[in-house]
Design a protein around this ligand. Structure first.
Ligand code: C2E
Ligand code: CA
Ligand code: CA
Length: 409
């Protein structure tokens, strides 16, 4: 189990490092108290802890893993009355279960990755590593970070079209980062983002993506003119969003590429803790006022969705693909897609359904009047030059009935 405190930075920043230290000591005591005879509780460094335990004879190992993780999540979530108020933190917990003989390195890495997913889902959560080993194969060392890879020119941007549901036009493209790793091949973000997070290099990654995406859009403008995508969507991490010069950085990237601000949309992790984004609100508002689109990603997958919508200056939202995947079979999921579509219409923001994998789903979105869609059915993420060809011929892969033409502003 990998246990990582969610609010350590705020506690240090607001109450000082002495109180931060006491929070760490208290967390260590509480984790130890929650452990059972024979468990090993360790502090890995900073606000990261690990617990090694034995799950013997569990009939549903995944269930008992959740229960185990929950025990330690709760141990941290229950405030310590001995600490000053405000010195409280919840924790993100990742659990990995190894077969007998599994090596420590792999277990810890998988637990770390699961912890990172818990954090991305808003913190104070437990996530389980699935199919350890079988799923991923080797992964680059998690502490390596991304800066050397950027310097070696190993990062790539893939683009996935976002399509108008009614007219089939490419409305925007989302930039998705890949790492062309010299040993491990082409890696998707789930293989390396947690390592970048741990090396505290997410802002460097985001800066590179931002610059690259703006440059690629400018190149499409030059090559395709009116047929170039209307905008590019870029994912930003919480770490970047809380940087004091966020607006300056984003606007500078646009300037460097010679793009108007309304050509860029930044996607915010919906799961981001509102407290974490508090400082970002003013800067996001400035960006929005300049014309930059502000899009809430993975809406419905996290916890604080509606609050985020009312607090943040958003211009769009993306319906998480888990709802789209099940909307044809589940009344509840259908209701969520409907609700978010209606909500978008009534408050006047763009709504995009993610993860569209079939023509039936696309048809249904049309009936629900969800205006934009993205997914394998409409186009796989692909390198920029593949997309150039697609934009020229005007027809994304997989779409037979909807004619595709570039969006004309
Ligand atoms: P996301 O922002 O929700 O991105 C969409 C993910 O869904 C992409 O995975 C995409 O390949 C995948 N996807 C697209 N269509 C479908 C579909 O029809 N079905 C299914 N099952 N999946 C689909 P990818 O590229 O592996 O990215 C995963 C996550 O990594 C992203 O989720 C985003 O949170 C993060 N990420 C990706 N690129 C960047 C980046 O440049 N910067 C930052 N900060 N985060 C990134
Ligand atoms: Ca996204
Ligand atoms: Ca998404």
């Amino acid at each position: 189990m990998f246990v990582d405190l969610d609010r350590m930075k705020q506690v240090n920043d607001t109450l000082g490092h002495n109180v931060g230290d006491r929070l760490i000591v208290s967390s260590a005591h509480r984790l130890t108290a929650a452990a059972t005879e024979g468990d090993l509780v360790a502090r890995l460094g900073g606000d990261e802890f690990a617990v090694l335990t034995r799950v013997a004879g569990a009939r549903r190992p995944d269930l008992s893993a959740v229960a185990l993780g929950e025990r330690f999540r709760q141990a941290i979530a229950t405030p310590d009355p001995a600490l000053p108020s405000g010195a409280h933190s919840v924790a993100s917990v990742g659990v990995a279960i190894g077969a007998p003989g599994a090596d420590a390195e792999t277990l810890l890495r998988e637990a770390d990755l699961a912890m990172y997913r818990a954090k991305q889902a808003g913190g104070d959560k437990v996530r389980i590593a699935v199919d350890i080993g079988a799923r991923l194969g080797p992964r680059p060392a998690s502490g390596e970070g991304i800066v050397p890879a950027i310097e070696r020119g190993e990062l790539r941007l893939f683009y996935q079209p976002i399509i108008g549901v009614n007219d089939g036009r490419v409305w925007s493209v989302e930039a998705l980062v890949r790492w062309q790793h010299p040993q491990h091949g082409l890696l998707t973000p789930d293989r390396f983002l947690s390592g970048v997070h741990r090396a505290r290099q997410l802002p460097a990654l985001d800066r590179w993506v931002l610059d690259r995406a703006c440059a690629d859009l400018a190149a499409w403008d030059a090559a395709l003119g009116e047929q170039a995508p209307r905008a590019v969507n870029v994912n930003l991490t919480v770490e970047t969003l809380s940087a004091p010069d966020l607006a300056g950085q984003v606007l500078a990237a646009l300037r460097r590429a010679g793009l108007a601000p309304d050509r860029l949309r930044v996607e915010l992790p919906e799961s981001a803790d509102l407290a974490q984004l508090q400082d970002a609100v003013r800067q996001l508002r400035e960006l929005r006022d300049q014309g930059v689109g502000i899009v809430l990603d993975d809406m419905g997958a996290g916890s604080a969705t509606l609050r985020h919508l009312s607090v943040l200056p958003v211009t769009g939202l993306k319906i998480d693909r888990s709802f789209v995947a099940r909307m044809l079979d589940s009344r509840n999921d259908d209701a969520v897609v409907r609700l978010l579509g209606d909500l978008g219409r009534s408050v006047g923001i763009d709504v995009t359904a993610e993860g569209v994998e079939s023509e039936d789903q696309l048809d249904w979105l049309r009936q629900l009047m969800v205006p934009y869609a993205q997914g394998y059915h409409l186009g796989m993420p692909a390198p920029a030059d593949h997309l150039t060809a697609l934009l020229r011929t005007g027809r994304p892969r997989g779409v037979a009935r909807v004619p595709i033409a570039p969006h004309v502003p």
